[in-house]
Design a protein. Structure first.
Length: 392
């Protein structure tokens, strides 16, 4: 049915354990010339079927989309998307007026490698990270719109993810419908989301639970939200009755969005100030005695080769924060770099505490929420790591 990709002897073990990737070094042969994005069937060296995958010309040569030998067609994708929808429905995200923004498809976590779909009220934002998935976006959009009903829009936000790899020259566009409501609800709070111009799909939905946790620590505290982006943590800190909230980000556009989000929830409130500055520079010069700090930087290690330098950057940033936070201060610190695992992240924070010469207690270990669940067979999917620390 499809081109056959045969593995070297002994290289089938990861697939027998349902890991969704096949690396180039595991491949013995391919039956014919294959183009980027084609569907292939993967066989063991003794000619036993293992999985069906999308083919890629790279170190990860095949990304598994099925461990059952079947035709990859409309019915196949409809089953996949419907299952993801049903899971989010069971988790309470569908038709939830209090929180109407959530992740519908989380790549390998939903056995759809390379595909992210985030829902913002009546708009779904699709982000395909490989040409295989992008070849299906119109079909997927129609399936998604059918599940959500009339008046649902679907926006393709794949250009940044694909064009930077020089794989395509596509442009972002609406696959169905047009721009709709951009004010969404999260735990009863209102947020303006610009999925056309914003980072990723527009808003960092993976921090929802962690933002809610912040409210428990914000009461009557001076709060610093570093790498604030559109002010998600800042809004929650204000909701938690912080006495003062300072947001810091180098993006002037992010500043506008953050101020808009504060005004949506707390019009006329003068407790919030945004500083359009480099976070490292701000930390070094600030004289404010913050009692709660949030460090939620972008991914410092987007590739394995960047891990060493990223670890140094995370360490130095956290050490600077620990030096400056008030005694008994609460530090929320995160890494969203997939290549920085939990153990390495904790070692980095250990080093930062030693440099700062402060006693540090771990109060919470944080991670991504239920709509961003990862497969037990694919631990690499646990990309978000966080710690809540008490700095004595």
């Amino acid at each position: 049915m499809y081109p056959k990709l045969t593995l070297k002897p002994g290289k089938e073990k990861s697939l027998l354990n349902f890991h969704p990737w096949v690396f180039s070094g595991a491949i013995a042969s391919i039956t014919m010339e294959i183009e980027e994005g084609e569907v292939v069937e993967v066989f063991s060296s003794d000619k036993k079927y293992l999985a069906t995958a999308h083919f890629h010309d790279g170190s990860i040569t095949a990304r598994i989309i099925s461990f059952e030998q079947r035709e990859i067609n409309l019915e196949f994708w409809k089953e996949k998307i419907t299952k993801a929808f049903s899971i989010r429905q069971e988790l309470g995200f569908v038709n939830n007026a209090d929180t109407n923004c959530f992740r519908l498809v989380n790549a390998e976590g939903d056995r759809m490698p390379g595909l992210i779909v985030d829902v913002y009220d009546r708009t779904a934002v699709i982000q395909a990270h490989n040409v295989s998935m992008h070849g299906n976006v119109q079909l997927l959009a129609e399936i998604i719109a059918e599940l959500f009903g009339n008046g649902f829009s679907v926006f393709d936000k794949s250009a940044e993810a694909l064009n930077r790899k020089n794989e395509t020259s596509i442009q972002n566009k609406y696959l169905l419908g047009e721009k709709g409501n951009q004010i969404v609800s999260e735990n009863g709070l209102k947020f303006f989301v610009d999925w056309e111009q914003g980072q990723k799909t527009g808003f960092f939905l993976d921090q929802r639970d962690n933002r809610a946790l912040l409210m428990q620590y914000a009461k009557d505290k001076k709060v610093l939200n570093a790498f604030a982006y559109s002010g998600g943590f800042s809004v929650y800190a204000l909701k938690g009755n912080a006495s003062l909230v300072h947001s810091v980000d180098s993006s002037a556009t992010a500043a506008q969005w953050a101020e808009k989000n504060v005004a949506l929830n707390f019009p006329g409130d003068n407790r919030h100030t945004f500083f359009t500055e480099d976070v490292f520079d701000f930390l070094k010069k600030t004289g404010e005695n913050y009692e709660v700090m949030i460090l939620d930087p972008p991914a410092f290690a987007k590739h394995q080769s960047a891990v060493k330098n990223a670890a140094i950057a995370y360490r130095n940033m956290n050490a600077e924060a620990m030096k400056r936070i008030a005694p008994q201060g609460i530090l929320f610190t995160f890494s969203c770099s997939q290549h920085i695992d939990k153990m390495l992240f904790q070692k980095i924070i250990f080093s930062a505490a030693a440099i700062a010469k402060r006693n540090v207690r771990v109060l919470h270990q944080l991670h991504q929420p239920a709509d961003h669940a990862f497969s037990i067979y694919h631990p690499e999917g646990e990309y978000l790591k966080g710690l809540v620390l008490m700095v004595e």
